[in-house]
Structures are given as C-alpha cells and as structure tokens.
Design a protein around this ligand. Structure first.
Ligand code: BGC
Length: 284
C-alpha cells in the first residue's frame, strides 16, 4: 500500500533532521484516540487549549520530523455543529498520529439556497490554492470518521476513494461507481477534470458526476482494502434526495468540460482563522 502514496511536492527536503517514519512503517494503532460521539463546546475548548501543536487556522505538522505528506482537507458544511465538534476532536488527533502536514478548511454555505456540496468543494479548492497551496486535496464529509490509522491521509497516483467501507453500507460498496464521502485527489488531477460540477443543488449526484469526470479523463480510481477504508458515519436525519439529479447528471455528460472550476462564481462572506480550522463562509 505505501508505494502507492505520493510524496509531498517534489523538491521538498527536510532542512534539518529527517523524514518521519509514518505509521505503516511503525505499526501503530488507534489506541488512545477512541471516538467520542458527544463532544460539547466545553470539551472541545479544553481540547483546543491542550493541543499545542495545532496552529490557528487548524493546521499542524510533526514537530520532530519532516512529514512526507502534505494535504489540505476541505469539508463542506451547514448547520451541523455537533458533528463538526466530533469531527475536529477526532480528526486532529488521528492526523497527528499519522504525522501528516495538514490543514482543515471548512466551507460553510449561507442559508438561502439548497446545499451544494460540489460547489463548496470547488470554492474550498480555489480559495485554499490562493492562500496555502497544496499538491494534494482531500474532499471530506463532516459526518465520516476514519476507523483505521493505516488509511493514510495522502494522495495516490490515481484519485482515491477513501471511504469505500462505511458502516451504514455494511462496509460494502453499494455500487461500483460510488465516489462520495471522502476522496483524495492531486491538485493537478482535480484541475484537469475541471473540479466538481456546480450544478447539483440538494442531496446527491455530484459525487457520481465526479466519478464520471475521473473516468472520462481515464485517471482511474484506487480503493484500499476494506479493513483500511473503514469509516463510521455519524448519525443524522437523512437528507431529501434531489429528484432532478439524474437529469442533471445526464446533461453533464455532455457539458462537463465547460462547467466546474472554470465558471465558478460565488461571494465570499467571511474568512476566519479559527483555532481548529480555517472557516470560509460563502454565498453560492
Ligand atoms: C447519490 C450519491 C450518493 C449515493 C450513496 C446516490 O444515489 O446520487 O450522491 O453518494 O447514492 O448514498
């Protein structure tokens, strides 16, 4: 598995000291970071105060070695504070154990329109590339919790579907083109497929469309074994599926090349460096 992982941007070398020995080389386990699915504001505050190695904006990197992997993690968000607390409380500890050089970026959509997951990812990508560019992106839902430390949060040569074994699907793929939840892709690949579609307002379809874009570009998709790609989905009410998504998907098969990152428009409402994440509030 490790051989598939891409090292951080070429040319980067540790100035002093050595590259980290990552988990697969050290055989560590998740011990010590059990998942708590009820995290109050107070608990999160205490966690923040005790997390000396997380810099404002929700970035962190190992202190005594140079990480081989650098990644921006983009999380689309609206009105799920309980889940965001659980996610941040768990993921920071998880990524630090993996010795990743990372930043968590939350892109929050204003209330007027239906939620547009794909467009929020596009905004997160474009804005992050301006401010703290990375060669590797992970597009991640807030309700998904990785359960194996061997699921290294880094890019592979081919786009990777990280969350291919989710508990709510009995750890099976419901269909072979499923590409939602958490996906890792290089910036170069993401740009080459023109990002996500901007057209999917409401639940569903944008991830299937991304799979189509990746397939059209013949990039291939990689998934790690089930025991590595295991996730827990946090409980929430099921969203109402967008009934138009199939029509949009069909149309997109023709227009995908001209619709996506290249015609993205949005209004940035605010940009804030929170203690545990970078927050971008946007109107779509
Ligand atoms: C939707 C996808 C979703 C999948 C699994 C499909 O019908 O179009 O967006 O990820 O179901 O829930």
């Amino acid at each position: 598995m490790p051989n598939h992982l891409l090292l951080r941007e070429s040319g980067s070398q540790p100035i002093n000291g050595n590259f980290c020995f990552h988990l697969y080389e050290r055989q560590l386990s998740l011990e010590g970071i059990e998942l708590n699915v009820n995290i109050s504001d107070v608990v999160l505050k205490t966690f923040t105060n005790s997390s000396k190695n997380i810099t404002i904006g929700g970035a962190s990197k190992p202190v005594d070695c140079f990480s081989k992997y650098r990644v921006n993690i983009v999380v689309p968000y609206r009105r799920r504070p309980e889940q965001l607390r659980v996610f941040l409380h768990y993921l920071h500890r998880y990524l630090q154990l993996q010795e990743i050089d990372y930043r968590i970026i939350v892109v929050e959509q204003s209330p007027e329109m239906h939620f547009n997951r794909g467009k929020l990812f596009n905004v997160g990508f474009v804005e992050s590339q301006k401010r703290f560019p990375s060669d590797c992106y992970i597009f991640h839902d807030v309700d998904l919790i990785p359960l194996s430390l061997n699921n290294i949060y880094a890019c592979t040569k081919m786009p990777r579907h990280l969350s291919s074994a989710v508990d709510t699907f009995d750890y099976e793929l419901p269909y072979c083109g499923i590409f939602g939840g958490a996906v890792a892709i290089t910036s170069q690949h993401f740009q080459s497929i023109n990002g996500f579609s901007n057209l999917f307002y409401g639940w569903g379809g944008e991830d299937d469309d991304l799979y189509f874009r990746v397939s059209q570009a013949e990039l291939g998709v990689v998934r790690f074994e089930k025991n590595v790609a295991k996730y827990k989905m946090l409980r929430h009410e099921k969203e109402v599926p967008n009934p138009n998504r199939f029509v949009t998907m069909k149309k997109n098969k023709i227009i995908h090349a001209v619709e996506g990152l290249n015609n993205l428009n949005y209004t940035m409402l605010s940009y804030e460096l929170k203690s545990l994440y970078t927050l971008m509030r946007v109107h779509l």
